[in-house]
Write a protein that binds this ligand. Structure first.
Ligand code: PMP
Length: 409
């Protein structure tokens, strides 16, 4: 399978490895194209300086590029104003910021927060802690056997008490694509605010915060070809403006006296301390790479690989696939499965001997694992540089697992 993108990813082409690398853990983090690596190296080699405060040319250039990254990110997700983009460390920090700042200011006893049972711990623990502190109730939407939300539950659980509805656009375990537009409309009809965890969607599907009319949206740079350590929080200006700062310190102030302080306008109010300029520049380059490739092309590659992998997995009688077992417009390129009588950690370790990288464990979704009555699963996840040959290598290695362990074919 000729893949025009693979050559751009140096990590996938290391000649000195004993076995070629078959990287199928893209839901955990993606590899970085040469252009992202170069943009970050150029920053550190040529104009590394603390932005905003330096009155000299490289500091001014660092400031300019950091703010350009903000603008590019805003345009990419169709935010109305770049001051609605706050750079954080990752999805987790963005979600904590919303729970601490918005949640602690605006939630009251008896209010309800609603999330699907499939949420990543990052989109669960901040709400669980908030609910405890505020004596609010954290309620869950459960899934059907194919991993979809149930219509009747949505109707019953979004009520006049619901203040926050937070959910992933795409599940990191089952690959389910949730009908977020409909859920946002329903949440708004009762006056709740919406939080979209786009960590697993933005690498693969466009995000239009204005068309969706979501109040908040969050994601991580490292899952979309960018570096680790840079994340994004989008919030509607009117909401961000009335929220108190999350972290306090340098860069986020306007004026400080011995006992009082006033805070900088958006978005600096939420960016305490020296920002990750190199990370933001890397993210900007990653966005450019995704735009050049085009989401349609990315999806076409992933859909072909997902359909092929599901076909081949279904041929193995000892493999259980979770969620949608067939290609569908409601599933992405994340496949969770188990091999009968073999712990997922053993599957992953044995595949590693063939150079195949997959994920095994609870995927930071323990309540979902309990709900599905499994301790853990194996997970493969694709991105635009993967090929059918990667899937073949994975399947051939997987076929050996039970033989290796003396469990037969
Ligand atoms: N939400 C989802 C749906 C995820 O898949 C992940 C990463 N696995 C996160 C949140 C957390 O992302 P990060 O670790 O970059 O904060």
């Amino acid at each position: 399978m000729l893949n025009p993108y693979r050559k751009d990813f140096p990590l996938l082409d290391q000649k000195d490895r004993v076995k070629p690398l078959i990287y199928l853990d893209n839901a955990a983090t993606t590899q970085k194209p040469e252009a992202v690596l170069k943009a970050m190296e150029d920053y550190y080699r040529e104009y590394n300086a603390n932005p905003y405060r330096g009155l000299y040319d490289i500091s001014e250039k660092a400031t300019e590029r950091y703010e350009e990254a903000r603008k590019v990110t805003a345009e990419f997700i169709h935010a109305e104003d770049s001051s609605e983009i706050v750079f954080t460390r990752n999805t987790t920090e963005s979600l904590n910021l919303i729970a601490y700042s918005y949640g602690r200011s605006f939630l009251e006893e008896g209010d309800e927060i609603l999330i699907p049972i499939s949420e990543h711990h990052s989109n669960l623990l901040p709400w669980q802690q908030l609910a405890k502190e505020k004596k609010a109730e954290l309620r869950y939407l459960y899934l059907d056997e194919k991993g979809h939300l149930k219509e009747e539950e949505l109707k019953a659980k979004i009520t006049s008490k619901t203040r926050i509805v937070a959910l992933a656009c795409v599940s990191n375990v089952l690959g389910t694509i949730f009908p977020v537009k409909k859920i946002i409309e329903k949440a708004h009809s009762v006056g709740a605010v919406t939080v979209l965890d786009c960590a697993q969607s933005i690498p693969h599907y466009p995000l239009d915060v204005t068309a969706l009319d979501t109040d908040f949206a969050v994601f991580s740079g490292h899952k979309m070809l960018g570096p680790m350590g840079i994340g994004v929080l989008y919030g509607k200006k009117a909401l961000l403006e009335k929220m108190p700062p999350f972290l306090t310190g340098g860069e986020m102030i306007d004026f400080v006296s011995e006992q009082e302080a006033t805070f900088a306008p958006l978005p600096q109010k939420f960016e305490a301390g020296t920002p990750n300029v190199g990370g933001a520049i890397g993210l900007m380059e990653a966005i450019s790479y995704i735009k050049n490739a085009g989401y349609e092309k990315i999806r076409a590659i992933e859909e072909e690989l997902t359909a092929y992998a599901l076909d081949r997995l279904r041929e193995l009688p000892y493999v259980t696939i979770y969620g949608e077992k067939y290609p569908s417009e409601n599933r992405s390129g994340v496949i969770s499965f188990n091999v009968e009588n073999v712990h997922p950690h053993d599957v992953s370790s044995l595949l590693d001997a063939d150079g195949v990288c997959i994920r095994a464990g609870h995927h930071c979704a323990q309540p979902l694992m309990r709900y599905m009555e499994v301790a853990a699963t194996c997970r493969v996840s694709f991105y635009l540089y993967n090929t059918k040959e990667d899937v073949d290598a994975f399947i051939e290695s997987l076929k050996k697992v039970r033989r290796w362990l003396g469990l037969g074919d």
